[in-house]
Design a protein around this ligand. Structure first.
Ligand code: ATP
Length: 210
């Protein structure tokens, strides 16, 4: 069994998230890639849409993607969402032998050294970083050095290595962000083709991000 989680705020979910998650699921040969919305983010402003609204939009966005699922554990807890805690719990549930990937965009990887207990993340999972327009591979120590120490070339699931490595993965780039969607809505501009139509309808029905 191979499991992957892709954490984020998803405020709101967009095609960047969905396309990358779909491509990663295929590339990593995993049956179920879990999108994991955070409840109370630690390193950024609080989401505008509430947890239930973000979950509903995510559900609509992945309805036609059987390889994607939603991991609700962080939105169901009231304390701040530390990835290390979620990964530790998932690892305890799946046992030591199964492969666990944590997927993130390059902008998130650039910030990794500010995450709680970041050096311990690889005790529980592999990290898969995908390119994102405008974001570069980290260039500053200690993160750069740590990446060099743990980087590996082949991200395919391998039972002999259930965790402990970092991979860079090329996917088709999509220059979309939730920030852009929120800004466009504030300015009453169209968000067509940035997120699925069902999510656009939901946003308008609930007067989100106006
Ligand atoms: P915001 O603009 O509010 O910061 P966002 O678009 O970056 O939101 P998040 O929910 O914060 O979306 O991102 C979740 C994860 O998805 C992060 O690891 C982020 O790097 C990644 N990600 C989001 N959009 C893209 C994209 N277009 N290309 C690559 N990675 C992305």
């Amino acid at each position: 069994m191979t499991i992957a989680v892709f954490g984020g705020t998803f405020d709101p979910v967009h095609f960047g998230h969905i396309e990358i998650a779909t491509q990663l699921a295929e590339h990593l040969r995993i049956d179920s890639l879990r999108l994991m919305p955070c409840g109370v983010p630690v390193h950024r402003q609080q989401p505008i849409a509430n947890a239930n609204q973000r979950l509903e939009m995510l559900g609509m966005a992945i309805a036609d993607r059987p390889q994607l699922a939603i991991e609700r554990r962080e939105v169901e807890q009231s304390e701040p969402s530390f990835s290390i805690d979620s990964l530790r719990r998932i690892r305890a549930e799946i046992g030591p032998e199964h492969t666990l990937f944590m997927c993130l965009g390059m902008d998130a990887l650039e910030q990794l050294q500010h995450w709680h207990q970041w050096r311990q993340l690889l005790d529980y999972c592999h990290i898969v970083a995908v390119a994102r327009p405008g974001a570069q591979r980290p260039t500053k120590p200690p993160l750069k050095r740590w990446i060099e120490q743990h980087q590996s070339q082949q991200p395919a699931a391998d039972e002999s290595r259930p965790c402990g490595h970092l991979f860079f993965c090329s996917v088709n780039l999509l220059d979309i962000s939730s920030t852009e969607i929120r800004q466009r809505l504030k300015q009453r501009r169209s968000i067509d083709r940035l997120t699925p139509d069902a999510v656009i309808d939901y946003i308008h029905r609930h007067h989100l991000y106006e």
